[in-house]
Design a protein around this ligand. Structure first.
Ligand code: MTE
Ligand code: MO
Length: 483
């Protein structure tokens, strides 16, 4: 209950970042089957409506931590998920190795009529006699078996299907679910089932044979000391509520500290399980989404008069500066990039907020640029800087140019490219003109738009707030964006 509560509440925080659910992967507005916002998405061409404009603010009593803190919600989701899995694995292993599995797994078909009988008893507002509980009543046994062996695994399988690294390296896996948004919708329905189960279950513990239940749950048998069992149970519930309140309160007050502490637990798991995956996506032309959400609007005059000027002249004067720890600094024009070998990929974009979409990207493999600038041996990371500014600041400092850092492994992945075209057209302004980064195993926030410079660096701690990117520095996202 501790972990499920943390998971549900942080899950609600994540859902609030894109409060729409779809059965299609393109996330076209008005094709939602469920939404938690009244906002209307304006028609493309009218104004640029970004996914961040669509986020909803949820109260900290419901969401963890609440108040549009997607980054922190994701950290809580990741860590409580890891603990929930460890807890679940220990439970199932003990169940199977101690002979206690017979509590949950039915061995005879007559469980169904008996469970039906039990359901009718409850519906007629009676309770089955204590003798029916051996140790569980048939309806209860079926429900537990469903939750432990079906609902739990469904949440794991659909959760994994939302990872861009999995989607990129094993596109067949998300096809099993008919796409990422179906997995996301099922994940939501599973959450609703878990919430319903938790409420019903807790209510029934209290309403049906309360004394025997509490004695059994807390002390192991229906005839144990009720007073002692009740005291411990009440203390446990108070502790649980205390933890729920504390996690949200503390997270809202000490955002950086919570980000760093929780990432220490998540990062090694993410690195081992997902970081090495390479993208091999080849969607077909038919998969290309008719609508693509936008995140991060084109720089305006106040942000970067330089960019506005460059855009007005069709980016003829635009140059990409490549420098830092390299033997050969470069200054590349659009024509220089167009002259390099071009690469085409039809891939799925996954935004941290929840939406996705398929696009055809044409550009230059980053290794082509790296080969020309000849990185020094000390270069371990690549920093990409935009003409646009970050939407947020940290600690009252002025807005900084949007930047993101990736390591050499991601930089040299086969589908890491500098994209010049989207769907056979020059990159539209909204999607990062004239050039943007694509790193297909990562969430969207790593893929810097309106690219200005590339710098090879030995470490990222001295940059910005030291977290490895603008979104990490100011919105508390994780530096790894594989899930
Ligand atoms: N310069 C800049 N690049 C950016 C962003 C931004 O705010 N500024 N947002 C990022 C995020 S969160 C996402 S999901 C993608 C969105 O790309 P799109 O607008 O082309 O769909 O761009 C990324 N690159
Ligand atoms: Mo994003």
């Amino acid at each position: 209950m501790l972990f499920i509560g943390l998971l549900i509440r942080s899950g609600i925080e994540i859902l609030g970042a894109h409060p729409r659910l779809y059965w299609n992967d393109g996330c076209t507005p008005r094709t939602e089957w469920l939404k938690f916002t009244r906002r209307k998405v304006p028609d493309p061409g009218d104004i640029i409506y970004t996914a961040r404009d669509d986020e909803i603010d949820i109260h900290p009593l419901l969401a963890l931590p609440g108040r549009t803190n997607l980054g922190l919600g994701r950290h809580w989701h990741g860590v409580s998920n890891s603990l929930w899995i460890v807890n679940g694995v220990i439970y199932v292993v003990l169940l199977l190795t101690t002979g206690e599995w017979a509590r949950l797994i039915p061995t005879s078909w007559d469980i169904f009529p008996r469970a039906g009988h039990s359901l009718l008893t409850y519906l007629s507002l009676h309770t089955p006699p204590l003798s029916e509980f051996r140790p569980y009543d048939p309806l209860q046994q079926l429900t537990y078996a469903f939750v432990v062996f079906m609902l739990g695994p469904l949440m794991l399988l659909t959760g994994i299907a939302m990872s861009p690294a999995i989607a990129a390296s094993a596109p067949w896996y998300i096809k099993l679910f008919h796409g990422r948004q179906v997995a996301r919708s099922l994940h939501f329905l599973g959450m609703a089932a878990f919430a319903l189960f938790t409420v019903m279950h807790t209510a029934l513990v209290v309403l049906v044979h309360f004394r025997a239940n509490i004695a059994s749950i807390v002390l192991g048998g229906p005839n144990e000391d009720f007073g002692l069992a009740l005291t411990i149970a009440v203390a446990a519930v108070l502790l649980l509520v205390g933890i729920y309140i504390w996690t949200a309160w503390y997270s809202l007050r000490h955002k950086r500290q919570v980000q760093v502490a929780l990432d220490k637990i998540e990062a090694p798991i993410r690195l081992i399980a997902l970081h090495n995956m390479a993208s091999g996506q080849h969607y077909t032309a038919a998969d290309i989404s008719s609508y693509l959400w936008v995140n991060g609007a084109p720089p305006e005059d106040v942000e970067s008069p330089e960019f506005v000027e460059l855009a007005q002249h069709g980016f003829r004067e635009w140059r990409l500066q490549v420098g830092g720890l390299v033997k050969q600094p470069l200054s590349l024009s659009l024509a220089d990039l167009q002259a390099m070998p071009s690469q085409v990929q039809v891939t799925k974009h996954n935004c941290v907020q929840g939406w996705s979409g398929v696009g055809k990207w044409t550009g230059v493999n980053l290794t082509e640029v790296l080969a020309r600038c000849e990185p020094l041996a000390e270069a371990r990371y690549v920093k990409f800087t935009s003409y646009g500014l970050d939407q947020f600041t940290y600690g009252g400092k002025p807005r900084q140019p949007f930047y993101e850092v990736i390591d050499m492994l991601l930089a040299t992945h086969p589908q890491t490219i500098l994209a010049l075209e989207l769907n056979d057209q020059p990159l539209p302004l909204a999607h990062g003109a004239p050039v943007r980064l694509r790193v297909e195993t990562q969430l969207g926030y790593k893929m810097v738009k309106y690219l200005r410079s590339i710098e090879l660096i030995a470490g990222y701690r001295a940059l910005g707030e030291g977290q490895g990117g603008s979104r990490e520095d100011t919105m508390f996202y994780g530096r790894g964006a594989e899930i």
